[in-house]
Design a protein. Structure first.
Length: 221
């Protein structure tokens, strides 16, 4: 029954949700938050299924998914391995990275927390969504980019680095799609949606820089 449910034979079909994620993403998210849960596939379940497919394709094609660990590499470079405290911190970073590497779904959810905060700040004046609602919208948007990553991987045999967002899709694709999503979701003009999307990028970079700065300072305390 779970297998049939996943492939669209249940009450919340996967294929309809995928179609709406690309045809009317913002309107679909508003419908979901408005209480039409049974009309769409559950967000976390969908993310899990798509992640399994993406990981399977990466394994079959033989790609080493390294770009998502670039942030951990930056954290490692901050520390001087000559001190015992730094060694302990490096071991902690390695342990966290190992857990996230084994659990790509957890990694996607954890990284989306940063995106949620950035989106909430960027759209504070135009959005009535609370943090929980914003989180659900970002899980669905993550599904949208997982589908894109799967399609790109099938046709190109590779995945792309994204230095800002936790998606395996290039920024040149990410920003226009997010602008499209936010234009519909928040019912704002295209120009406003683009400006707020770029502001989201700025907030994300500032948060990552802040984390790096805190780790750097902790190394000298």
């Amino acid at each position: 029954m779970n297998f049939l449910d996943i492939w669209g034979f249940g009450n919340r079909p996967m294929f309809r949700t995928i179609k709406d994620l690309f045809w009317r993403p913002g309107y679909m998210l508003r419908d979901y938050l408005g209480g039409h849960h049974l009309s769409f596939f559950p967000p976390f379940k969908m993310l899990a299924v798509l992640t399994i497919i993406l990981v399977f394709l990466i394994y079959i094609i033989g790609i080493k998914d390294d770009e998502v660990y670039a942030f951990a590499e930056l954290l490692r470079d901050i520390f001087d391995k000559r001190s015992a405290k730094a060694d302990a911190m490096i071991n902690l970073i390695d342990d966290i990275e190992a857990v996230l590497q084994r659990n790509i779904l957890y990694r996607a959810i954890v990284m989306n927390i940063f995106v949620v905060v950035a989106v909430k700040l960027a759209f504070l004046k135009v959005s009535r969504l609370n943090l929980v609602e914003t989180f659900f919208t970002q899980i669905y948007i993550n599904c949208q980019f997982q589908i894109l990553a799967i399609i790109i991987l099938i046709f190109t045999g590779d995945i792309f680095d994204n230095a800002i967002f936790p998606y395996a899709v290039d920024e040149l694709i990410t920003i226009p799609i997010l602008t499209y999503d936010f234009h519909q979701l928040y019912e704002i003009k295209w120009k406003t949606a683009l400006g707020r999307t770029l502001l989201t990028c700025l907030y994300l970079m500032l948060m990552l820089a802040t984390v790096l700065a805190i780790v750097y300072l902790l190394n000298f305390i």
